[in-house]
Design a protein around this ligand. Sequence first.
Ligand code: SAH
Length: 240
Amino acid sequence: MTTNSLNVNKEEIAKFEKVANQWWELTGDFKPLHQLNPLRVQFICQHISEQQTEVFGKDVIDVGCGGGILSESLAKLGANVTGIDMGTEPLNVARLHALESGLTINYEKITAEEKAQQAKGSFDIVTCMEMLEHVPDPASIVNACAQLVKPGGLVFFSTLNKNIKSYLLAILAAEKLFKIVPDGTHDHDKFIKPSQLISWAQACELKCIDASGIHYNPITENHKLIDNLDVNYILCCQKV
Ligand code: SAH
């Protein structure tokens, strides 16, 4: 693993740079993210509405936004979206696609930690999806997200649990056997137990208000929220 003084794994960034041109191909390497996206948007909207408010008009930052799948969905709902990533190509793709979609999104190449210094407490909503498992120090990203959000604001994280089942399903089945995602996308060592993620969150005044598992049915290609957090899961946290 190559890291620099920033909390960035260059090999991980290179992996996403290489396939960035496929980001918006609905049946390409990012098909699982496209399929998953409506469910996470629904999860976000449900929690925003439980706060008696709506996504429209909110300042949102999407940390590790990639080609902008989630950023665009939130912009379409009327949020003012900033997307940050350390991959140049994914950001180029994201910018171009936003133009094609007629959306105004502020995409920036900057680390979450640097952005947190620049724009502390500036966002109503922070999203950090499928990104923590690709960085050297995920706790530092969690802390940056906690800095970026306003008091009372919501932070959403999604990632993969670390256990035998997640190895069998997310690595062996999804990457090696059925090739649902490209081989080498994930490193099981970088998966994160929910208890670990929740304790990192708590350490920076993010209270976990909901944790849901995400179940993928490979036959129907549908995702649904479940109670079991064994493999993919999503958290909603609120800044105290
Ligand atoms: N969040 C997006 C993309 C997930 S793919 C979505 O769910 O639709 C993971 C993304 O994290 C890639 O775009 C990759 O470039 C980015 N990434 C990895 N390490 C990063 C880091 N240290 N800082 C910012 N982005 C990073």
